[in-house]
Ligand binder design. Structure first.
Ligand SMILES: [Zn+2]
Length: 359
C-alpha cells in the first residue's frame, strides 16, 4: 500500500510502501520499521490518516483513509481467522477433556463445593496463573499506572479483611463487555466498560468487593471444578504446558462467566459488603450499581450489559437486599484516584476496538 513518510525533523516527505504483518505495520524508511498496530496513534484528517508511533518519535506515516481501512480490515480478517482456528482447536480439546471428566468425575458438580474448599491454595494459585496467562491475550491490561495502582490498593485492603490465602490483585482490562470477574488464586479483572458504567467510586468498589468475596469463599475454584472438573487439574499437574484445561475453561466462557449459583451470588453480595465495612468503606454502592445495570439493559447499551444481567439474575432483588444491608463509610477512592481509574483505559486500546471506533 502506498503511503508517505515524514521523518518529523524536516519538512520533506517521501513515498514508501506499507503493509501489515502479524498486526504490525511494516514499511521501509531509513531501514525497516515495524510499528505494532496496538501501539500506534491514528488521527483521521479529511480523507487521510496520520499514524504516529512511540512517545518521542516525531515520524509520521500518512496514507489515504480508504487504503488504511483496507490494510486494517485485512488485519481484522487475519485476527478472525486465527481466532477461528483457536476456537476449533479448543473445541476439540474441550470435547475430549470433557469426555474424560464425564467418565472419571461424574460426581464433580455435586462435589464442587467441598472440592474447592479442599483444593490446596498452591494448586489454586497454579491454576490461576495458567488462566491469567491465557486471558491476558483477549483482555489486555490498561496502561494507566495511577488508576491501576488505586485499584490494586483497594484489592489489598479487601484481601486483608477477607483473611484469604490469596493476594487479591485487581486490574483494569480492555474488553468489549461490561464485566468483572475473579480468577482462581485472587486475580480480579474489571473491564473498561464496567468502569465507564459505574457512576461513583462506591459503585465500582462494590463490584470489586463482590468479586473479592467470590475469591474469599472459594466460589471461583468451585466454579472451575464444576465447569471443567478433571481437565483443569490435569492441566496444572501435567505442567500447564498443554493448555488443554485452561483452553477448555475459556471456551466454555467459564473464566469470565463461572455461572455461580444463586446462593453463591447472594453470599458474595453480603460478604462483599462486609469486606467494605471491615475496612471502614461505604457499602452503599452495590444497590445503585445493580439498578444501573437493569436500567442500562433496558436502554441503548442493552447489548453490552445483557450478558452480565443474564449471569446475574434477580438483579433487582439483589439491589433491594444490598440496600437493606448497606452501611455508610469512607469513599473507596479519593477524587484523584477516581479520575485516574476512569482514565486508566483511555490510553492505548485494544487494536480491534480502536479500529471499530475509527470507522
Ligand atoms: Zn458474582
Amino acid at each position: 500500500m502506498q503511503a508517505r513518510y515524514h521523518d518529523g525533523r524536516t519538512a520533506q516527505s517521501r513515498p514508501t510502501k506499507v503493509c501489515v504483518e502479524d498486526e504490525t505495520l511494516v514499511f521501509s524508511a531509513d531501514g525497516e520499521n515495524r510499528w505494532p498496530l496496538d501501539a500506534v496513534r491514528v488521527e483521521t484528517v479529511d480523507d487521510r490518516v496520520r499514524i504516529a508511533y512511540g512517545r518521542d518519535d516525531p515520524a509520521r506515516l500518512t496514507l489515504a483513509l480508504a487504503d488504511w481501512r483496507e490494510l486494517t480490515e485485512h488485519a481484522i480478517g487475519h485476527h478472525r481467522r486465527v481466532r477461528q482456528r483457536e476456537i476449533r482447536l479448543v473445541a476439540a480439546l474441550a470435547a475430549s477433556a470433557a469426555a474424560i471428566a464425564g467418565l472419571v468425575f461424574v460426581g464433580i458438580p455435586a462435589a464442587s463445593g467441598p472440592l474447592a474448599r479442599h483444593t490446596p491454595p498452591s494448586l489454586e494459585r497454579k491454576i490461576g496463573r495458567n488462566l491469567e496467562a491465557q486471558v491476558s491475550l483477549p483482555f489486555r491490561t490498561c496502561r494507566g499506572a495511577a488508576g491501576q495502582a488505586a485499584l490494586k490498593r483497594l484489592g489489598q485492603r479487601l484481601g486483608q479483611a477477607a483473611n484469604t490465602p490469596f493476594d487479591i490483585r485487581v486490574r483494569a482490562v480492555h474488553a468489549p463487555m461490561v464485566n468483572a470477574f475473579a480468577l482462581p488464586g485472587g486475580a480480579i479483572l474489571v473491564t473498561d466498560e464496567l468502569i465507564d458504567l459505574a457512576a461513583t467510586p462506591d459503585e465500582l468498589a462494590a463490584v470489586i468487593a463482590h468479586e473479592s468475596a467470590h475469591v474469599q469463599k472459594r466460589h471461583v475454584m468451585q466454579g472451575v471444578w464444576r465447569s471443567f472438573g478433571f481437565g483443569v487439574l490435569l492441566d496444572a499437574v501435567v505442567g500447564g504446558g498443554s493448555g488443554a484445561g485452561q483452553q477448555a475453561v475459556l471456551l466454555m466462557g467459564s473464566a469470565t462467566n463461572l455461572h455461580y449459583s444463586r446462593a453463591a451470588e447472594a453470599e458474595a453480595d453480603s460478604a462483599g459488603q462486609d469486606l467494605l465495612t471491615a475496612q471502614g468503606l461505604s457499602s452503599q454502592g452495590m444497590a445503585p450499581f445493580f439498578q444501573r445495570l437493569v436500567a442500562t439493559s433496558e436502554g441503548k447499551n442493552a447489548q453490552a450489559v445483557k450478558a452480565l444481567i443474564s449471569d446475574h439474575p434477580d438483579t433487582l432483588r439483589r439491589a433491594q437486599a444490598s440496600r437493606a444491608r448497606a452501611k455508610s463509610g469512607a469513599a473507596a477512592f479519593t477524587p484523584a484516584e477516581w479520575t485516574a481509574i476512569q482514565a486508566s483505559c483511555r490510553d492505548g486500546y485494544d487494536p480491534l476496538k480502536r479500529m471499530r471506533k475509527l470507522f
